[in-house]
Write a protein that binds this ligand. Structure first.
Ligand code: SF4
Length: 298
């Protein structure tokens, strides 16, 4: 078949979400939506019913990219938890990428604990050998009561086990954590527990985002009912400080440069920890400007 057998272009459906680091990648939407789709803060895929796209459409997009995206060295597979795709089909997709986009150096993918849990260690190793170079996993917090409250579908032990499994397979692991997600009262408990979980997982990258309460989500309902209160800017900075202070990585990069954050910090741990904490302390003293509200985005 040829991509021209289908309507020209990539067959994207709805809003596309990818990590900032995949901005220059070929975005391959192999699934639509998220198979979990229950997290209380997440509005990303509420309008999408989860499904895996047909092989013909996926192949059509790969063939289109092979003709028009020859300058892009990476592929990023979406939507929300594309690693949920059964192993034989993932193998097929990676084979096609290798064959039709031979210049691609790395394939990245979003995953949750369920998708990782469905793959054996040997299967993950094979996926890595076939080009899967990085998995992005949303951890959000290491605080179990908060993980339960936000309906993440996994506790901190499961996050640890699945994160370790990815790393053991030799696949790079990037995790996201969410400042503000535990609300005001548990803010520092969440920060401390998250730092400890990150230390135990020891991922290659940690991206800290700040919760933006999206209209229509269960979290927004909790907020309007008075059951959830976001820390103020000062509280969020304190949270970031505590999280970095309690995180011990063996060379991983911790960054809070996402557009949702009030303060951008980037530190290679352990050596960059002190400088990062100094920057936050300077901001806490009001000597560094924070990102204005109107410039924040998801
Ligand atoms: S697993 Fe990720 S994409 Fe799915 S609902 Fe939760 S946060 Fe959203």
């Amino acid at each position: 078949m040829d991509w021209m057998d289908y309507s020209p272009g990539m067959h994207y459906e709805g809003m596309l979400i990818r990590p900032p680091s995949e901005a220059q990648s070929i975005l391959l939407q192999a699934t639509v939506g998220c198979s979990h789709n229950k997290c209380t803060f997440c509005g990303s895929y509420k309008d999408k019913r989860f499904r895996i796209k047909g092989n013909d459409i996926i192949l059509s997009d790969i063939l289109f990219a092979s003709r028009y995206m020859r300058d892009r060295k990476r592929v990023f597979m979406m939507d929300g938890d594309a690693l949920i795709i059964p192993y034989p089909r993932l193998v097929w997709i990676l084979e096609r990428i290798k064959e039709d986009l031979p210049w691609v150096e790395r394939v990245g993918i979003y995953a949750n604990t369920k998708g990782i849990g469905m793959k054996s260690e040997e299967e993950l190793v094979t996926l890595r050998e076939m080009g899967l170079g990085i998995i992005y996993m949303g951890v959000e917090t290491g605080d179990d009561p908060t993980l339960e409250a936000i309906r993440k579908g996994a506790n901190s032990q499961r996050m640890l086990d699945m994160g370790k499994k990815v790393k053991k397979a030799g696949i790079k692991l990037s995790v996201t954590v969410l400042l503000g997600i535990a609300g005001k009262e548990r803010s520092l408990i969440h920060a401390n527990a998250t730092g400890k979980l990150l230390s135990a997982i020891d991922p290659d990258y940690v991206g800290a985002l700040t919760v933006m309460v999206l209209p229509g989500t269960p979290l927004a309902h909790d907020m309007s009912a008075g059951r959830f209160e976001l820390p103020d800017n000062f509280g969020l900075l304190m949270e970031l400080r505590e999280m970095i202070a309690s995180t011990e990585l063996t060379g991983g990069l911790f960054f809070s440069n996402h557009a949702s954050n009030y303060l951008a910090v980037k530190a290679r741990l352990p050596e960059g920890k002190k400088q990062a904490l100094d920057v936050i302390d300077t901001a806490l003293q009001g000597k560094v400007g924070l990102r204005p509200e109107w410039m924040r985005a998801l």
